[in-house]
Write a protein that binds this ligand. Sequence first.
Ligand SMILES: Cc1ncc(COP(=O)(O)O)c(C=O)c1O
Length: 443
Amino acid sequence: MYRLYREHASLKITKSLKYLKHAEKRIPALTQTFSKAAFTFVKGVYPVYIDHAYGSHMVDVDGNDYIDYLCGLGPIILGYGYKPVDDAIKEQLKNGILFSLPHKLELDLAETICNTVPCAEMVKYSKTGSDAVTLAIRAARAITKRDKIAYCGTLGVQHDWQTTLTTRDYGIPSWNRKQIKVFEYNKIETLEEIFERDGKNIAAVCMEPTMFEPPKGNFLKKAKEIAHKNGAVLIFDEIVTGYRFAIGGGQEKFGVIPDITTLGKGLANGMPLGAVVGKTEFMKIFDNVFFSSTNQGETLSLAAGKATIDEIRSKNVPRHLWDMGTKLMNGYNKLAKENETGISFTGYPIRMRPVCVDSNGIESLEIKSLLLQEMITRGIFLHPGVDYIGFSHTLHDVKKTLAAFEESVKVVKKAVENNSVKKQLRGDVIRPVFPPKKMGTKK
Ligand SMILES: Cc1ncc(COP(=O)(O)O)c(C=O)c1O
């Protein structure tokens, strides 16, 4: 049996809570990133502020050490403090951060991206994934001279055009929503309907090649055919899947090459870098599209990007991610099944999510909160919505995590049987980033 970091309930987060109190005065919503907000986790039990991180571990301001499966929300694909990337940043720092003219690193990294991502022939950088997706949409609108978007999903984080679909659409003009036509993944008829109704006005079909469910029945190929038959641009949002599902991302894994792709998480191991890449005939539109920002060619991120991709290629990082992730996911599901709980981990081994259902098969945030509480007090940092694996996660980490899970699952099982889930929670029940009803909305 692996020794766990600490005994149940001995987790002290006093300093974290003190900082949180301070944040009430200085930081609106207490966070820069809703998915990292205290309310997203079990508030009162989970750490809130981090001091530093190394490899696959994070250390909070109270000195508690965790194996981290959120990986900074995905970008920490290689690991924290990963030497070849940090060295590249330090080396570039000696030369300068930002200049009055473009730096040659823009070209070096573009070459590397074009040698790895199948659809990439030209590269336009951004500082965030949200900007990259927004920019891809702007390009498609400029290319087609159309406004509407066929969009798959409701993730709701990528700027106005998409956030308008969520309950956090405050401040976004209502006409924006009318431009977005939503279709469902693996239901090609929902995309067909959009084009039958409004095909001449659709600028782009925009989707992740996959989220948690694999494409079925040639879904991606059919979506591409429909887009092209109707003169629309096919955009794959590979912010998450890029460099993770395969070196060439989801398009390489599933063998469907889009016109334009967005990249972000996984591109620079935590440095702020995104990119829109694609075939020259589409990317040339950026000769005229205005997306021009002072820090766009900032070189520490470009150096990190180059070093990150070099490592991903030379070490075949996706193979490690699939290998470790499969061991972890299979282990979770085996233990959950043996203990006959309503807990499972679904999705992909490299992008999985915990699902907790009650005895009626209904998703229960209370049960999930208890599971997360038990895991964090045993030194395992899980996110309720998505968990990743990085190159620094070792077999030792996986075994430790499964040992913690075995204990946690037993606690949850007992609590469910005794009807004492809520009583055993020492903090708040987790809350979704997008509340089901809008603030101030009448019932
Ligand atoms: C699929 C997808 N696209 C785009 C984004 C936005 O990226 P960023 O958070 O870097 O702005 C995210 C963020 O979670 C994402 O998951």
